[in-house]
Design a protein around this ligand. Structure first.
Ligand code: ADP
Ligand code: ASP
Ligand code: MG
Length: 241
């Protein structure tokens, strides 16, 4: 029995039909005898839509309120996904970043994780439930909601995997692995079966948004093995590590 962290990006939960497919994958993993912690991003373009709404109101949104606003996208996803999993007969509990004990500094919009106290997540898993955590967010020492920067749900997943000593952290996305170039722009891009942390970091820092650069730094430091794979197929992905 393994402890697996699964992270689903926005395109993997773009609508309720996609969310049902994700819920089935979670339930299948649970029913195969594994313990599952899920990190989920905001549905589809929700984060961009929230940014547009703020921009329609002001050129200078207060940073604190901006982070509360942006964190809402992932809160919607976590609640809906927990409902979809419960509907399939497996108990699931949704947690915000704050409830999952993800402590950050106060750098709104690009907060760094400074500590983890994921007691409620650990307890849920121990009780046989699936824990579903909102990605991309945490809580500062002043109890303000913070966000981790665009693409930051990947980092939430690796932080939980490291702290919970997960056997594997799977990043489910809309491509079936890491390529030498963006496969959407370059049809001749070549997929890696495995890529080292250092090479992945070069790609991420060079703008390959398939993984958040901080997530790769954290995975390297904490020795978290990542697998990047498609949420839409069962094909083997790319191992990062
Ligand atoms: P998610 O919503 O699942 O977090 P992202 O949009 O953040 O997904 O990342 C996946 C996207 O990263 C792919 O759709 C692809 O276009 C892009 N991408 C850029 N560079 C690469 C690369 N080298 N390998 C794979 N995907 C890449
Ligand atoms: N929803 C956030 C974003 O669009 C975080 C993420 O998807 O990882 O950047
Ligand atoms: Mg992403």
């Amino acid at each position: 029995m393994a402890l697996i962290v699964q992270k689903y990006g926005g395109s993997s939960v773009a609508d309720t039909e996609a969310m049902k497919r994700v819920a089935q994958r979670i339930v299948d993993t649970h029913n195969a005898g594994h313990r599952v912690v899920v990190v989920v991003s905001a549905m589809g373009d929700t984060t961009d839509d929230l940014l547009d709404s703020a921009a329609a109101l002001t050129d200078n949104p207060p940073e604190r309120e901006m982070d509360i606003l942006l964190s809402a996208g992932e809160r919607i996803s976590m609640a809906l996904l927990a409902m979809a999993v419960n509907e399939l007969g497996v108990e699931a509990r949704a947690y915000t970043g704050a409830q999952a004990g993800i402590k950050t500094d106060s750098h709104f919009g690009a907060a760094q994780i400074v500590g983890m106290v994921p007691e409620r997540v650990a307890r849920a898993v121990k009780d046989g439930q699936v824990a579903i955590v909102a990605g991309f967010q945490g809580i500062s020492k002043d109890d303000d909601v913070t966000t981790l920067g665009r693409g930051g749900s990947d980092t939430t997943a690796v932080a939980l995997a490291a702290f919970l000593h997960a056997d594997l952290c799977r990043i489910y996305t809309d491509v079936d692995g890491v390529y030498d170039r963006d496969p959407r722009l370059h049809p001749d891009a070549v997929k890696y079966g495995r890529i080292s942390y250092d090479d992945m970091l070069l790609l991420a820092r060079g703008g390959a948004r398939v993984l958040h650069d901080r997530c790769v730094e954290l995975a390297r430091r904490e020795h978290v093995v990542l697998e990047v794979c498609s949420a839409f197929s069962d094909a083997p992905g790319t191992i990062v590590g």
